[in-house]
Each structure stands twice: as structure tokens, then as C-alpha cells.
Write a protein that binds this ligand. Structure first.
Ligand code: NI
Length: 263
């Protein structure tokens, strides 16, 4: 039986402190087979490792979000590199650029430096990358293009929020788009167009929980258990069954992320 593969969640977030264990124990019955916990803050690195060591179905993406780029040191980069060698680390992420929360040129420069430093690690450690990009379409595309041209091990544009034209650029590079709750939003027309346009073979399911709960839970705490709502929205847009969406996105995720299993 095929099960939902959540490629991007933040179960280390304090929003889950009260009921993390009960919630994660309910995943299997809720049809959720595999979860990748993505590091965001620097202190999320150790928390992600703890989760992947405790739960057989949780894997990890190690990296630091652009929000914390200015707090990173050489030691942080060394730690990320070391954690890449953990048998359950499947990607470097989430890394990238966020100009929505950070408007200063100097901040952008630091974010770009740390993005590149972590892309270097992904290449050297032979892992896919997981990109966060907000209000930074052009700079992100330029950096990703440059890295892919010189050889990378695949990647995901997480919570894709740009136009169909930009989606085409990433799809042509053979990358995957992470699709979550936004595809169910009434004002999510741009993403709906992207999902209609992109081949199902390059889409992945993700929650980004505790954020971005799908309709009708918008604004509440999100969890992987809400992914069937995202599956339904994608199935409708693509004109395929929900079962097909679950199966193909699971195959995509395994193809991209689980090839490192024998490392
Ligand atoms: Ni995230």
C-alpha cells in the first residue's frame, strides 16, 4: 500500500511540545508513511537528529534557514557537514534566501554566502538540496542554476511560491517542487496554475507544519495528518485519482531522497 510522504515538516518546533509523541504515534493510522524533518533554526540541528533517531519513519534534512544566516559560523557549517553523514540524513535544508523578512542589502549578502556554503556541502556530501525562497526569485534562480550546471544531486524548491515561468526553469533543471497547504487556499490561484502545469513526476507533498495548514484549517497548527486535503486539491487540478497522487509523489520522494539509504 502506498502512503503519504511528507517531504518537509518541522516537528522540532515548540508548537508540538505538548503532544509531539501522541501526534507522531497517530501518523501511520492517518496514512502518513514517511516524514522528513527539515532543520530551520541552528538549534534545530540537534532536535532533528533526536527525532530521526527516535522514530523509524522520520528522516532529516540538515541545514540552516536564511532567517538564521547571520548567526552561522564556521562551526555551524562543520556541524552540518558532519550531520550529512548520519545514515538518516536525506538532504541539506532548508537553505536559501528570504527577502520578505530581511530587506537590507547586507543581510542579502550574508544569506547568499550561507546559501552557497550549504550548497557546496550538499554537492560534496552528495545529497539533494532543499530550498526556501521568498521574495527572492531572481537571486535564488541564479544561484541554483549555477550550482546545477556544475553538478548537484537533485533538489527541491520547497513551498514553491513563484510563477509558472519560474517553475518551468526549475522543472527544466530536473528539480522537484514541494506542494503544501497553499494549493487549497482560495487565493492560491498562482500555485494552482503551477500544479496544473508541472508534471506529477516532479511534485512532492509537504506540510511545512506547524505552518500553512490547508483549508478548512487555515491559520491553525498544521500537521502531516492534513495532507489528504492537499492530495485532494492536487488530484482535482491534475484530473487524476487521489491514490495516484499519493503513489506518484511517494515514488518521487523515494527516488530523490532514499537513494542514499545504502551510504
Ligand atoms: Ni519549512
Amino acid at each position: 500500500m502506498h502512503m503519504i510522504f511528507d517531504t518537509h515538516a518541522h516537528y522540532d518546533d515548540e508548537a508540538f511540545d505538548e503532544d509531539r509523541e501522541e501526534l507522531l504515534a497517530a501518523m501511520n493510522a492517518g496514512g502518513i508513511g514517511t516524514i522528513v524533518n527539515a532543520c530551520a533554526a541552528i538549534d534545530g540541528l540537534d532536535k532533528t537528529v533526536a527525532l530521526m533517531e527516535k522514530y523509524p519513519f522520520i528522516y532529516g534534512a540538515v541545514g540552516v534557514h536564511p532567517d538564521d544566516a547571520d548567526k552561522m559560523t564556521d562551526e555551524t557549517l562543520d556541524r552540518i557537514r558532519m550531520l550529512c553523514r548520519h545514515e538518516k540524513t536525506v538532504a541539506v535544508g532548508e537553505i536559501g534566501l528570504d527577502y520578505y523578512w530581511h530587506k537590507e542589502k547586507e543581510e542579502h549578502r550574508i544569506q547568499q554566502d550561507m546559501f552557497r556554503a550549504q550548497m557546496d556541502i550538499a554537492r560534496e556530501e552528495k545529497l539533494p538540496f532543499m530550498v526556501h525562497s521568498r521574495e527572492a526569485a531572481e537571486d535564488t534562480l541564479q544561484i541554483v542554476r549555477e550550482y546545477v550546471k556544475d553538478g548537484m544531486y537533485g533538489g527541491i524548491i520547497h513551498c514553491f511560491s513563484y510563477s509558472k515561468e519560474i517553475a518551468r526553469e526549475y522543472l527544466n533543471m530536473g528539480l522537484y517542487l514541494g506542494i503544501g497547504g497553499v494549493v487549497t487556499f482560495t487565493n492560491g490561484r498562482k500555485l494552482k496554475e503551477v500544479v496544473e502545469y508541472a508534471p506529477l513526476s516532479q511534485l512532492l507533498l509537504e506540510t511545512d507544519c506547524p505552518y500553512l495548514a490547508p483549508k478548512p484549517h487555515r491559520g491553525k497548527r498544521n500537521s502531516s495528518l492534513n495532507l489528504p486535503l492537499v492530495v485532494a486539491a492536487i488530484a482535482e487540478l491534475k484530473g487524476v485519482s487521489e491514490e495516484t497522487v499519493i503513489r506518484v509523489t511517494e515514488e518521487n520522494a523515494k527516488k530523490l531522497l532514499m537513494k542514499t539509504e545504502e551510504k
